[in-house]
Structure formats: C-alpha cells, structure tokens
Design a protein around this ligand. Structure first.
Ligand code: PEP
Ligand code: MN
Length: 288
C-alpha cells in the first residue's frame, strides 16, 4: 500500500502499546464496560464486575455519537468524572470516546486511552488532534471503510508524532440485516500482514446480538486478535444505549473463563513450530 510510511509492517517488529501498565501486543487485552456512562452506581458496579471477571481495562462513553440528535448523548464531563472514580476503585485504566477536536486536550486528562469511533474514522481534524494529545488511541474502523483507508487514518495519528495506535475492527455495513454489522474477522490476519500495529475486535457492535458475542470473541482470539472491546452493563434492560447487545456481568464472567484458556492455548501454539510431519517442537529449543 502506497504512502504508509509509518503504519506499514515493512518487515519490522510488531508494536507494543502501553496503556497505563496494560500492554497491547502481548497476549489478549480485554476492555469491557457499558456503552455509555449513566449513573455512579451503574459505572462502579459494572467496573467492579469487569475487574472481578479478569478484564484488563474499563470502557465507557461520556460522549455518544448517536444516530438521532434526540437520543441520549452522554454525560460529558460528569461521565468522565465517574470513569475516573471507577478507575480509582478498581485500578483499571479507562478508554473513552472523544468526538470533537476541541475536547481532545481536556478529555485526555481523564482518559488513559482515547477512542475514535467508526463515524469519525476519517475526521481528519480529530485524528490530527489525537495525534498530538500524548495518549494512546484506539482507532475504530469506519463502517464503510477499506483496510487501506483505515491504515491511512492510523497514519494521520502516527505522523503527528503519536506512535501509540491500536486498531479496532467493529464490523462493516453489508446487505445482511440479521446482524447489526458484519464482523470482518479476516481483518485480523490481513492487518498483521500489512502493519505492525496491534488489532483488537469489537464483537458487540459488529454483531449487535448477545447470543453471537461469545462465539465471535473466541473466534477473534483464534484469529490472533490482540484484544477485545466488549459491552457489559450491570443491568442491560435498563441501559440507555445499546441495551440489546450488552452482556450481563454473569455472561461476561462465563466468557472470560473460556477466553483466557483459549488465549493461553493460542500462545502455546504460536510458541511451537509445527514441522512438516505435524510434530510440534518448541521454537526456543531450536528444533534440532
Ligand atoms: C462505542 O464503542 O461506544 C461505539 C460507539 O462504537 P462504534 O463507534 O464502533 O459504533
Ligand atoms: Mn455501544
């Protein structure tokens, strides 16, 4: 791909992105939490559940890019304060979306990682701003975008001097209507061929259905994803945003119990070179 001066793999090493002690590019990083921050009780209860289940980071929107201007738009500053409180109680770093270039500097004072949502992937003013904010960025794929367009958007952030970009595949628009979007899982190995940047999967917005989240999460781990972004709500029926796709703490806990052993198995498999006869031999042992 032309013009990917900084995002391309070019035979170089894979990037690791540190977010307040959590490292993308080493095992599977799980970010989980509500779609939007609603109340203190909702935020803290959900954060404690994410932590107890073994999640690595807390997600939650204080600024929500909604299809309708009349839908709940998020709590703004109040939401960021609740996220900071949840971080203080759980120790989980927080990732939250920023939708306006004018807000980047002060939102970065609260967040450990800034999220650029699918609708803003090609908001170049916003990309340039987060490229100068000194915080790692989670860059979601535009729902109508090719891998090349997506990587060029990462390039915008990198070229402003911010090396800490993590890509997030969250489903693309196809003719299918049963699922909210179509999860392009091939983006994981494809991005790994093209770029050194870590890539995570959002099984929540890509499927829009609770029943499909666990299978697609496990498939993402098997495909080699560096992490997951999963919506969890302490009481999904009462959620102000994306109620149909949030896992309960119980469902999330069950999923984490499947995810961690699978992730360990994938690490063991990639540590082993499987020779032509099909017998594995540890790469580090030299396979003499
Ligand atoms: C989100 O993760 O909160 C979100 C709004 O996702 P997307 O931008 O992928 O729709
Ligand atoms: Mn959501």
């Amino acid at each position: 791909m032309k013009n990917l001066r900084l995002a391309a793999l070019n035979g170089g090493p894979r990037s690791r992105v540190d977010v307040s002690g959590v490292t993308f590019g080493e095992g599977v990083v799980v970010m989980a939490g509500p779609c939007s921050i609603e109340t203190e009780a909702q935020t803290i209860e959900t954060a404690l559940a994410v932590k107890a289940a073994g999640g690595d980071m807390l997600r939650g929107g204080a600024f929500k890019p909604r299809t309708s201007p009349y839908s709940f738009q998020g709590l703004g500053l109040g939401g960021l304060k609740l996220l900071a409180k949840a971080r203080a109680e759980t120790g989980l770093p927080i990732v939250t979306e920023v939708i306006d270039p004018r807000d980047v500097t002060w939102v970065a004072e609260f967040a450990d990682m800034l999220q650029i949502g699918t609708r803003n992937m090609q908001n170049f003013a916003l990309l340039k701003e987060v490229g100068r904010c000194g915080r790692p960025v989670l860059l979601k794929r535009g729902m109508y975008s090719t891998l090349e367009e997506w990587l060029n958007c990462a390039e915008y952030i990198l070229s402003e001097g911010n090396p800490d970009v993590v890509l997030c595949e969250r489903g693309i628009r196809t003719f299918e209507r049963y699922t909210r979007n179509t999860l392009d899982l091939s983006a994981v190995p494809a991005i790994k061929e093209l770029s050194h940047l870590p890539i995570v999967i959002d099984p929540t917005h890509s499927t829009g259905r609770v029943s499909l989240i666990a299978p697609m999460t496990l498939a993402a781990v098997a495909a080699g994803a560096d992490g997951l972004l999963i919506e969890v709500h302490n009481n999904p029926q009462k959620a102000l945003c994306d109620a149909d796709q949030a896992l309960t703490p119980r469902q999330f806990t069950r999923l984490m119990k499947q995810l961690r052993p699978l992730s360990k198995l994938m690490e063991d498999l990639t540590d082993h070179k499987v020779d032509q006869s099909g017998h594995g031999s540890k790469a580090q042992e030299g396979g003499s």
